[in-house]
Design a protein around this ligand. Sequence first.
Ligand code: ATP
Ligand code: MG
Length: 229
Amino acid sequence: HSAEVKGALDLQNISYTYYGSDEPVLKNISLAIGAGEKVALLGRTGCGKSTLLQLITRNWDPQQGQITLDGVSLPQWQEAPLRQAITVVSQRVDVFNGSLRENLLLAKPAGTDEEFCEVLEKVGLGALQEGKGLDTWLGEGGRQISGGERRRIGIARALLHDAPILLMDEPTEGLDRRTEQQIMSLLLEHAKDKTVLFITHRLVGLEQMDHICLMDEGEIIEQGKHQAL
Ligand code: ATP
Ligand code: MG
């Protein structure tokens, strides 16, 4: 059960090549994130950050090396507990054709309307509840939502899912600076005791990280404390 997952992630000599490509996008990446530790991953566009995240969530497996969670390699984890252990704010948030409620139930199947309303207020989506409330239809034939609202739905889902590990891939991309600050404090407060991997190319939130890694062309080229870099 996820309550027993401590959340230590260890990436050991990971290499990954996309099917049909002859150049690896990740080359011998090693990165240990202790339970409750917070690591930021920075690097230019296309250097492999999101790919790394896909490997941690086991959307696909590395051809070389292994990733362990609490010392157990990912293929040895069953799918359900692994999914319970990891929350992802992906770079592209999927909103599907369905009610606002259904879009949130995805993150917390046992969630109540009251919880959903509370979390929507928190992420600044209070206005989305007006009119039909949680029955508001999103997606095709429904309320057209903006890029910023889509992001916030992704954040709301992360707050609802509440797992020991939080992976964030450019969670505030496309938001204005003040909103970015608010959302980052919300996420970091939520993740106070969690293991965090935070992918970003901005500087907001880096002070709260224990460790910062710089990636380039599929490799970690530098790492250290915030002040040292
Ligand atoms: P960004 O900052 O723009 O989000 P990133 O660091 O997240 O970039 P990735 O999305 O991991 O980069 O992509 C790394 C490389 O792998 C890029 O050259 C990209 O074109 C390639 N790539 C990504 N996804 C696929 C895929 N599904 N099939 C083939 N190549 C891919
Ligand atoms: Mg990316």
